[in-house]
Ligand binder design. Structure first.
Ligand SMILES: NC(=O)C1=CN([C@@H]2O[C@H](COP(=O)(O)OP(=O)(O)OC[C@H]3O[C@@H](n4cnc5c(N)ncnc54)[C@H](O)[C@@H]3O)[C@@H](O)[C@H]2O)C=CC1
Ligand SMILES: O=C(O)C(=O)Cc1ccc(O)cc1
Length: 368
């Protein structure tokens, strides 16, 4: 097994601290560094490791992880290598071709460097949002350069696995094309949709339900960091945008025709919705297999302490495993709606079990 006894994390924000916490759980010794003292102190207080500056070790660590914003990642790598903090280096930046080009131009040692990208994250930044299980079951792209040694790749592969991730080795160019579609496009669409809300009056915003919350989640990310990401992946991203704009343009045209009385144009609308549903079904589940299509059972619950606990225990008495749960609650109302996600085979037992125990359930129709 590849040795991973001591690591250095540079950049103790969301990603760096999450990696550090995951490695601490594995018993790995972690030294931390951040240019911002407050971030470093919080990461230390969370148990992510000890400050690099106070470490008694003088020799290089097994691997250093550069988890800083994309624009400063190449220069941070260069100074870490100049100081000899580790034998092997990786990073977590969301775009790879730009980083590799800049790192080579700065004279970084490309033999000990294996660019990486863990595909786990959230829309919050900083160590306070860090989670040890952020990468559990998530893909972790490894994009070795032509110069990266097999030993360097083996060390970074081991690092990703010890954090619970699934390493996938790929070329930096292919990586950037892929993330343009599956990561950067969703973020930009979330921002574009949410930006529309700026002009909306409160009479519109008051009607906000789960749909607008779901689609706007990513727009909550850091505009500064995401500008760096989108700008670094400009070409692949612009091409994906063109395709989406084509779809939306066709949709707008069809809607105008329908509104002018051309009923058959509704087929164009349906076609996009059908393709959308089919595309969504292709997204692999968290653990790489086909996505499990859970069904959601809405249950009305009183807005009072202990209501959720009673609901869960009723589900347990019905012998049903709840896979996920979300709550919809309108301010001022004495009730909320708990959406319980369960395996389709369990829906009937859960629905009957809860109804029998006095809960108000709304069994969904089988298809819409
Ligand atoms: N946010 C996300 O969900 C994901 C982000 N990434 C990538 O991971 C990297 C880090 O992102 P986050 O942790 O979200 O950002 P963050 O803003 O939470 O953390 C970045 C940290 O880097 C520190 N930093 C900045 N310049 C530095 C320097 N020169 N030397 C030392 N520390 C420095 C900052 O003080 C901050 O604590 C980015 O490159 C991002 O593209 C990758 C996967 C997911
Ligand atoms: O919030 C989410 O769902 C994400 O997908 C997070 C994310 C953000 C940036 C990345 O480079 C990779 C993953």
């Amino acid at each position: 097994m590849t040795r991973l006894d001591r690591v250095v994390v540079i950049g103790t924000g969301l990603i760096g601290t999450s990696i550090a916490l995951a490695l601490r759980h594995e018993g790995v010794e972690v030294c931390l560094h951040d240019r911002d003292d407050a971030s470093l102190r919080l990461a230390v207080a969370l148990g992510a490791g000890i400050p690099l500056a106070s470490s008694e070790h003088t020799g290089p660590a097994d691997v250093a992880i550069i988890a800083v914003p994309p624009a400063v990642a190449p220069a941070t790598l260069k100074s870490a290598q100049d100081e000899g903090v580790a034998e092997v280096y990786t990073d977590t930046a969301s775009v790879k071709t730009h980083l590799v080009r800049r790192a080579a131009a700065l004279g970084c040692d490309m033999t000990t460097f294996v660019p990486g990208h863990p595909m786990g994250g959230r829309e919050r930044t900083g160590p306070a949002a860090a989670q040890a299980d952020l990468f559990l079951g998530r893909p972790w792209a490894l994009c070795p350069t032509p110069d990266s040694t097999p030993h360097s790749l083996a060390v970074v592969d081991e690092l990703a696995r010890r954090c619970g991730g699934r390493p996938i080795v790929m070329d930096a160019h292919d990586h950037d094309q892929a993330v343009a579609l599956v990561s950067h496009l969703p973020h930009a669409i979330s921002a574009a949709m949410s930006a529309r809300l700026l002009g909306a009056g409160s009479h519109s915003l008051d009607l906000s339900g789960q749909g607008v919350r779901d689609v706007s989640r990513l727009a909550g990310g850091s505009p500064a960091m995401w500008t760096e990401i989108l700008v670094q992946n400009a070409e692949p991203l612009a091409s994906v945008f063109d395709a989406v704009i084509d779809d939306l343009h066709t949709l707008a045209q069809a809607l105008r025709k329908v509104s002018a009385g051309d009923d058959p144009s509704a087929d164009v609308v349906r076609d996009l919705l059908e393709r959308g549903r089919a595309g969504r079904e292709l997204i692999p589940g968290k653990h790489g297999g086909p996505a499990t299509d859970y069904v959601v059972l809405p249950v009305v619950i009183p807005d009072e302490p202990g209501a959720l606990a009673r609901l869960f225990s009723a589900a347990q008495e019905s012998n049903v495993n709840i896979e996920d749960v979300s709550l919809d609650h309108s301010p001022g109302l004495p009730v909320a709606v708990a959406h319980l996600s369960v395996h389709p085979d369990s829906l009937a037992s859960l629905s009957e079990g809860l109804a029998k125990r006095g809960w108000m359930v709304h069994t969904p129709p089988s298809d819409r």
